[in-house]
Design a protein around this ligand. Structure first.
Ligand code: HEM
Length: 154
């Protein structure tokens, strides 16, 4: 896969701007996911077992930020290596956690849609088809790598 320096910059620089507002961004991202797929709430143990309202749940932010940060890292790796190699939290664990939580392929599409919509609203005037494509490609490659590990752990 060919990912250019311009595409990497579109992803990394827009995240630099958005991350100042990451708590708000995280909540909007989750609300969009659950608007499209309400039953996806049941996948998350910290939502299932919680009595606090969604918007006050402190565990919401880490997953959302993880998706943003790891998609950014994926963009950087795609440009450098042409493929995704998740370093920190290893891919095997990501695969087994998602598989055991009951996540299926369709959830990745919902999350992609919600991610792109959240970015579009957050960056407002700087949003462009090129930015949408760069985030989309970086996300797709990362999602494919996680899905492959989910199949391997099933
Ligand atoms: C957990 C990242 C997509 C649902 C996690 C964790 C990370 C992560 C880092 C914590 C893993 C651990 O405990 O070691 C990502 C990334 C994604 C992605 C980078 C996309 C590229 C999704 C999707 C869903 C999902 C599509 C389903 C809507 C979950 C659930 C957990 C989890 C249910 C376990 C939460 C819990 O009960 O503690 N994810 N995720 N993730 N993710 Fe994702």
């Amino acid at each position: 896969i060919c990912f250019t320096q311009e595409q990497e910059d579109l992803v990394v620089k827009s995240w630099e701007v958005m991350k100042k507002n990451s708590a708000d961004l995280a909540l909007k991202f989750f609300l969009k996911i659950f608007e499209i797929a309400p039953s996806a709430q049941n996948l998350f143990s910290f939502l299932r077992d919680s009595k606090v309202p969604l918007e006050q749940n402190p565990k919401l932010k880490p997953h959302a930020v993880n998706v943003f940060v790891m998609t950014c890292e994926s963009a950087v790796q795609l440009r450098k290596a042409g493929k995704v190699t998740v370093r920190e939290s290893n891919l095997k664990r990501l695969g087994s956690v998602h598989f055991k939580s009951g996540v299926v392929d369709e959830h990745f599409e919902v999350v992609k849609f919600a991610l792109l919509e959240t970015i579009k609203e957050a960056v407002a005037q700087t949003w462009s088809p090129e930015m949408k494509n760069a985030w989309g490609v970086a996300y797709d490659q990362l999602a494919a790598a996680i899905k492959a590990e989910m199949k391997a752990s099933s």
